[in-house]
Design a protein around this ligand. Structure first.
Ligand SMILES: [Zn+2]
Length: 249
């Protein structure tokens, strides 16, 4: 079976989210983890997870969205996360985005919030799905101060050296649709250890002019097998093992 470890089904209508998971299941994508971005998206993802077999919720706030919340709102949000953690499979999408945030104070605020999420994950042994843009080294630095076992670095495919540093720590990397179009990413995924690989679509974010949907995981898995010169079954089996190790233990 295949799994989409990072998408945003809350960005679709409820009906379209249900259709998306049913269509994905028809091609062998058994489950999708729908990551939260704004605070409001958490309720939508939890509700989607309660209503649809195969949709799992990740709770969190995207680093840029988190900047909009003041101290009181953040406390309220974290209170909500603690109370609803049992309804979620993971914490995400959290992390650091320094591309859109150049100001020193903003970056510091992002880091403090990221650490709060990691503390929550560590206390509750929850997997954590991490966004890092123009901040991959910084994300690894912050992670090194925690003792987290179930870490998924979303689309962390910009640097071979950093990918190696991540797997040395036992972290997983989810490869997405760019493996279908980007020759640099193709090369890195081809050489990357299958033991730390997961697949994601980041649906419904558009990629290469097309709206992503979880069933695209099948294409990503097929392409990965081709790049690694392995059978499709071998890739499917190992990536499933990785997923189950993180989410079902
Ligand atoms: Zn995302």
């Amino acid at each position: 079976m295949l799994y989409d470890t990072h998408c945003h089904l809350d960005m679709l209508t409820e009906k379209d989210a249900t259709i998306a998971i049913i269509e994905a299941q028809k091609v062998g994508v058994k489950e999708a983890i729908s990551c939260s971005t704004s605070f409001a998206s958490n309720q939508k993802n939890i509700s989607l997870a309660e209503k649809n077999i195969g949709i799992n919720a990740a709770i969190g706030i995207y680093p840029i969205d988190a900047l909009e919340l003041n101290e009181e709102e953040l406390n309220k949000a974290f209170d909500y996360f603690s109370k609803n953690l049992n309804k979620a499979s993971a914490i995400g999408e959290v992390g650091l985005d320094y591309k859109l945030s150049k100001d020193k104070e903003e970056r510091e605020k992002q880091r403090i919030i990221f650490e709060r999420f990691l503390t929550l994950a560590q206390k509750n042994s929850k997997p954590v799905i991490i966004h890092s843009r123009y901040a991959q080294t910084q994300v690894l630095d912050v992670l090194s101060t925690f003792n987290l076992k179930k870490v998924i670095l979303h689309s962390f495919v910009d640097s071979e050296k950093l990918m190696k540093q991540a797997t040395d720590k036992g972290y997983y990397i989810s490869a997405g649709c760019n493996v279908l179009y980007n020759s640099e990413v193709e090369k890195r995924v081809a050489e990357f250890s299958l033991d730390f690989l997961l697949f994601e679509t980041d649906s419904p974010i558009r990629f290469n002019g097309e709206m992503n949907i979880p069933k695209k995981i099948l294409q990503i898995a097929q392409k990965t097998a081709e790049l690694k010169k392995l059978s499709y079954e071998e890739v499917e089996e190992q990536v499933e093992k990785n997923y189950l190790k993180i989410f079902k233990k």
